[in-house]
Design a protein around this ligand. Structure first.
Ligand code: SRM
Ligand code: SF4
Length: 585
């Protein structure tokens, strides 16, 4: 495989699909294209800059490049005003994101990551919406030590960010069924297949020497300028759509026969990000393309990824995702192009039914007698607080005699954690440890369906609070639901501190998207299975206005809902949100 050879950035076609590059002058490639092209396969000046202790962060170009190695240069935004007043530089540190296909860790690996968080980062671990872990607050002098400790556990941060294929997701918990195991294995294969081949990560952070002589280094799939933008893949096992297939650049929906995955229905062109006030940016749900047998997984994925590599917009990064490539050139063109790159076209799609896109919490048992606990982790933040010592509890579980060797920790796409593969005795001990550390397991249905992105203080793009604000808001919405006897009703609510959509808000029944400090757009009407975009309902609301806007909506739902009808569906039926409503926030 390897697809058609990548074209250099300057020759990439933009604009009218019917024209060749020589018919019209292509738009100038973005600055990032130059950074990639000049970087000598993602090395740039990173090594020298990491050695320079005087500068807490990196130069602008190196800050772009370090993303390909799974890291972001950030600063603590809470401290900005005070430091500015005292004429001090920003409190710069690094965020590091791991690559964990399907979110699967051994208990030993988890324990090592817990230690790294304490010794090298800000003392917390952050489970992400793509089934991996982020460390925040790593100071520059700790970066290499942290990455070496990660490498010692056979883990890495390669391609966790940057213009490449990102962490590949799969339906949570490979130990749940044969089909789930197949999905996780497929995710690991996709992740390995699309891993950049450059030796840069090992040289810069781990200390490997560059091999000189022999074949010149190359990127057989990506080429020297990698992809126009990030690329995201997920695999779902119905009836759960926990991975949110409709938000992915490329998604595979397992078609299960006799317990195993026989093939996949393939979707492409999903994405969440948009910019306020720029209507040519928008969230989009993926299109169903067709079916492929399981053995054609890599062939199909490569056809889609290389089409985006060759035709994605390399001049405007805001329009560089696959969803725009498909919209600009048309779905028929896209299907023909991927068919051309494969041995044979996709077959007509089979059918699948999704029931939900959140997690099933609590213990579940397999036919092998092992038990798996899906534990709620509020917005994915694993930390010790005075009243609830979740971090210490999970470390104690990972260190349990016996379980430390055979147990697994699986991160879910909803920022929760499955403590997997426990025997009867271990299950009892795990329950006792969680109780001893006062880990809260009785949560409302609303909180269960709630998810917030990181937002402030680390995210440089946040316009408003998210992770720190949603829990309190949920408490106040719980009170409204209780007033209308809806406290047991499943509802999804998602919040992001800006319109980029990291918690996939545009698929939730209720969404709050940051507009500015303390201000949010309220969107309503997503589907329970994550298959429908919600719509803008009210703009620029402060806390009290959000509650005032939700109260009548919830009251109406309590009065007029049909048997089993979800809030998102009721809102469309009642005409409270409408298909024609503005897509843009
Ligand atoms: Fe995201 C950028 C956090 C999942 C769309 N995202 C960021 C950055 C790195 C901010 C930055 O560029 O400086 C955030 C770091 C915050 C911090 O301090 O940690 C950030 N994104 C996250 C995480 C940690 C949110 C979370 O609470 O879990 C998720 C990490 C995923 C992972 O492990 O790889 C995360 N981001 C997503 C998702 C959801 C998904 O992938 O399923 C999306 C929407 C799907 C999509 O890509 O369309 C998403 N993040 C974005 C975007 C908009 C991209 C776009 O093309 O529209 C940005 C901004 C950008 O890339 O320019 C962004
Ligand atoms: Fe940051 Fe915006 Fe993503 Fe939230 S949605 S983590 S504020 S980029």
């Amino acid at each position: 495989m390897g697809g058609t050879p990548p074209k250099p950035a300057q020759a990439v076609a933009v604009g009218d699909p019917g024209r060749s590059a020589s018919d019209s002058l292509p738009a100038a490639p973005s600055h990032n294209e130059g950074i990639k092209a000049r970087s000598d396969f993602l090395r740039g000046t990173l090594s020298e800059e990491l050695d320079r202790a005087a500068l807490g962060g990196l130069s602008e170009d190196a800050s772009q490049l370090v993303k390909f190695h799974g890291m972001y240069v950030q600063d603590d935004r809470d401290l900005r005003p005070e430091r500015a007043k005292r004429k001090l530089d920003r409190a710069v540190s690094f965020m590091a994101r791991l690559r964990i296909p399907a979110g699967v860790l051994t208990a030993r690996q988890y324990l090592a990551l817990d230690r790294i968080a304490t010794e090298r980062a800000n003392g917390t671990l952050r489970l992400t919406t793509r089934q991996t872990i982020q460390f925040h607050g790593i100071i520059k002098s700790n970066v290499r030590a942290a990455l070496r400790a990660i490498d010692a556990e056979l883990l890495d941060t390669v391609a966790a960010c940057g213009d490449v294929n990102r962490n590949v997701m799969a339906a949570a918990n490979p130990y749940r069924s044969r089909a789930h195991a197949d999905a996780a294995e497929a995710a690991a294969r996709l992740s390995a297949h699309f891993l950049p081949r450059t030796g840069a990560w090992r040289e810069i952070f781990i200390g490997d020497r560059r091999v000189r002589g022999g074949e010149p280094e190359s990127e057989p799939i990506y080429g020297a300028t990698y992809l126009p933008r990030k690329f995201k893949i997920a695999i779902a096992v119905p009836p759960a759509n926990d991975v949110d297939v409709y938000a992915q650049d490329l998604a595979f929906v397992a078609i299960v026969e006799e317990g195993a995955i026989a093939g996949y229905d393939v979707l492409a062109g999903g994405g969440m990000g948009m910019t306020h006030g720029e209507p040519d940016t928008y969230p989009r749900v993926g299109d169903l393309l067709g079916y492929c047998p399981a053995e054609r997984l890599l062939e199909v994925a490569e056809a889609v990824l290389t089409t985006q590599r060759d035709f994605g917009d390399r001049s405007n990064r805001k329009r560089a995702r696959l969803k725009y490539t498909i919209d600009v050139r048309g779905l028929d063109w896209f299907k023909a192009e991927i068919d051309r790159r494969m041995r044979s076209p996709l077959e007509p799609p089979r059918s699948f039914v999704f029931e939900s896109h959140d997690d099933r919490l609590g213990w579940a048992s397999g036919t092998d007698g092992l038990h798996h606990l899906t534990l709620y982790v509020e917005n994915g933040r694993i930390a010790d607080r005075d009243d609830e010592r979740l971090k210490a509890a999970l470390a104690a579980i990972a260190a349990l005699a016996g379980f430390g060797d055979t147990g697994r920790f699986v991160i879910t796409p909803n920022q929760n954690l499955v403590i997997a593969c426990a025997t009867d005795v271990e299950r009892t001990r795990i329950d006792a440890i969680l109780a001893g550390h006062r880990v809260q397991r009785e949560i409302s249905r609303l909180r269960h369906g709630a998810m917030a992105c990181v937002g402030l203080p680390t995210c440089g793009l946040a316009l408003a609070e998210s992770e720190r604000y949603l829990p309190g808001l949920v408490t106040r919405i719980e009170a409204i639901l209780a007033r209308h006897c809806l406290e047991d009703q499943a509802i999804t609510i998602r919040m992001t501190g800006c319109p980029n959509g990291c918690a996939r808000p545009y698929l939730a029944e209720i969404a709050l998207v940051g507009r500015g400090p303390g201000r949010y757009n309220l969107l309503l009407g997503g589907a329970a299975d994550g298959s429908r975009l919600n719509r803008l309902y009210r703009e620029n609301l402060a806390d009290a206005e959000i509650l005032a806007a939700l109260e009548p909506v919830i009251a109406g739902y309590a009065q007029a809902r049909r048997d089993g009808e979800r809030l998102g569906d009721y809102l469309w039926r009642a005409g409270i949100v409408a298909a024609a409503a503005n897509r843009s926030t």
